[in-house]
Design a protein around this ligand. Structure first.
Ligand code: FES
Length: 482
């Protein structure tokens, strides 16, 4: 009889199947460096796709609020009749699409205006029962270590696949209660060990207070229900995530379920599937999930365009949900009943050899005049006209990576070139409103000061003096005092 080995998905274990060697952080980073794939696409095209605008998101979120109000009003008015069943199902489905809004706003990409992303992030975090501070860190880890066992806290279908649990999550019954328990624990200041693993100590007080607010709001609705002697108020917060969660699970499973674990190529562990316009709207284009994982800086509305540009470098997109499920269901049954190590294999069109670092548009000057520092440590980086307005260029000198920026007009700046969060090359990022946004988890630094201004980055960048001399950008490779 076959022995079904359960993998260790805890964040302190990983790769702990019998006989396997645990991957430590260094090994994981080394493997990522060797094999992480990113599409081959001109920098200018990518930059155009990454641009942020408020107007599409204002329209999108405005419509979403209208849909919530109209469906919620219809549901309230139908309370006590059989019409309440379809009415609350529609309201609950729209309410549960808060999860897609939580996700997008967490990346900070829908709106150009930072505070709009933040407001909608915290509202939708509450609605979808994902405490905002905790899940920001969890999701950053998911993007760094997508489906790496023992590192990714968001592996939705763990092996051997538990089919009952998968079905339960069509009504959020497997993931919802533990999430509520986690909020209660955090409100009491007693996080579990997994939370301690990915939420930095400096963020925990905020997480505790945010959890307390969640508990207080839900308690307020419970008191309201008791006061009016009706369950109706409770039907509008958190419960919709359960009775209306079916679509979120239907779409969410297509992201990674049944695909490979412990690979460092998103083309092997992430799917893109075409769905109808209503689902695409509710899901904020996250059906283009491979494109999202490959380049999380691209806002939801530009993902279809990005897909068209890179689809010849990726496995074919699934043409329908039916095509995904026809393949996925037998795979999950096989994982559950016969072979937990089984996974679907995607047809990757190009060899997995390109590394993230290689794909970053870095400028590494090689001529002697560009590589030598003068007596005052000034180094010629590049010709001034090589750098577009509001853009960034990577530069390496004596084994250290720097980033040179040109902001509005002819103002140039320089900082260290690697993100202080997890070391991504900032030259692959986007200059937005005087900040450099990191390509890995969308953290931001103020360019003139190097100050970390958006999580998950917390540590500032070092800044360096820059001058323009005779059409050349010169940088002094000495750290600015202070
Ligand atoms: S590496 Fe995480 S924000 Fe830069």
């Amino acid at each position: 009889m076959a022995v079904r080995m359960k993998r260790n998905y805890s964040l302190s274990g990983g790769f702990s199947d019998a006989g396997a060697v645990a991957l430590d952080d260094d090994l994981i980073e080394a493997r990522m460096e060797q094999t992480w794939w990113s599409p081959d696409i001109p920098r200018q095209q990518l930059k155009a796709l990454m641009q942020r605008r408020d107007s599409p998101a204002v329209r999108h979120f405005g419509l979403w609020i209208v849909l919530l109000v109209v469906s919620g009003s219809a549901a309230a008015l139908s309370w006590g009749t059989w019409w309440a069943v379809p009415a609350f199902l529609i309201y609950g489905t729209i309410y549960s699409s808060s999860d897609a809004r939580w996700h997008e706003c967490g990346h900070g990409t829908p709106f150009r205006t930072h505070w709009l992303n933040e407001i909608f992030y915290h509202i939708s975090s509450f609605m979808t029962i994902r405490e905002g501070i905790l899940w920001r860190w969890s999701h950053a880890r998911h993007h760094t270590h997508t489906y790496i066992v023992g590192r990714d806290p968001e592996i939705q279908v763990q092996r051997p696949a538990d089919l009952l649990k998968i079905l339960m999550d069509f009504f959020y019954l497997r993931s919802g209660p533990p999430e509520i328990w986690r909020i209660i624990r955090n409100a009491a200041g007693r996080p579990d060990t997994n939370v301690l693993d990915f939420v930095p100590e400096s963020e925990r007080a905020k997480m505790y207070w945010s959890s307390r607010i969640y508990v207080a709001v839900v308690a307020g609705f419970a008191v309201w229900s008791l006061a009016v002697g009706s369950f109706l108020p409770m039907m509008f917060v958190w419960l919709p995530r359960f009775y209306g969660g079916w679509l979120h699970q239907l779409l969410g499973l297509t992201q990674h379920a049944g695909l490979a674990e412990d690979t460092f190529d998103h083309r092997e562990n992430t799917r893109t599937v075409y769905v109808n316009p209503i689902f695409r709207y509710l899901y904020m284009n996250m059906n283009y999930h491979l494109e999202h994982h490959t380049t999380p800086m691209i806002p939801y509305h530009a993902l279809p365009q990005y897909h068209e540009l890179i689809k010849n470098q990726t496995p074919p997109a699934y043409t329908s949900l039916w095509q995904v499920y026809r393949e996925m269901i037998p795979a999950l049954i096989k994982q559950a009943t016969e072979d937990p190590s089984y996974h679907l294999t995607r047809a990757v069109p190009t060899p997995i050899t390109q590394s993230t670092a290689e794909s970053m548009p870095t400028a590494v000057p090689s001529s002697p005049e560009f590589s030598q520092a003068d007596a005052q440590d000034w180094v010629a980086v590049c010709a001034a006209d090589e750098l577009d307005e509001n853009d960034v260029l990577g530069f390496e000198h004596r084994g250290r990576v720097y980033a040179i920026y040109r902001l509005d007009g002819d103002t140039y700046y320089a900082t260290d070139g690697l993100c202080t969060h997890e070391g991504a090359a900032l030259a692959g990022g986007l200059v937005v409103d005087g900040c450099i946004e990191c390509p890995m988890h969308n953290g931001r630094f103020d360019i003139p000061t190097g100050q970390a201004v958006r999580r998950p980055v917390r540590k500032n960048l070092r800044v360096y003096p820059v001058e323009q001399r005779d059409g050349q950008i010169m940088m002094r490779v000495i750290q600015q005092p202070g």
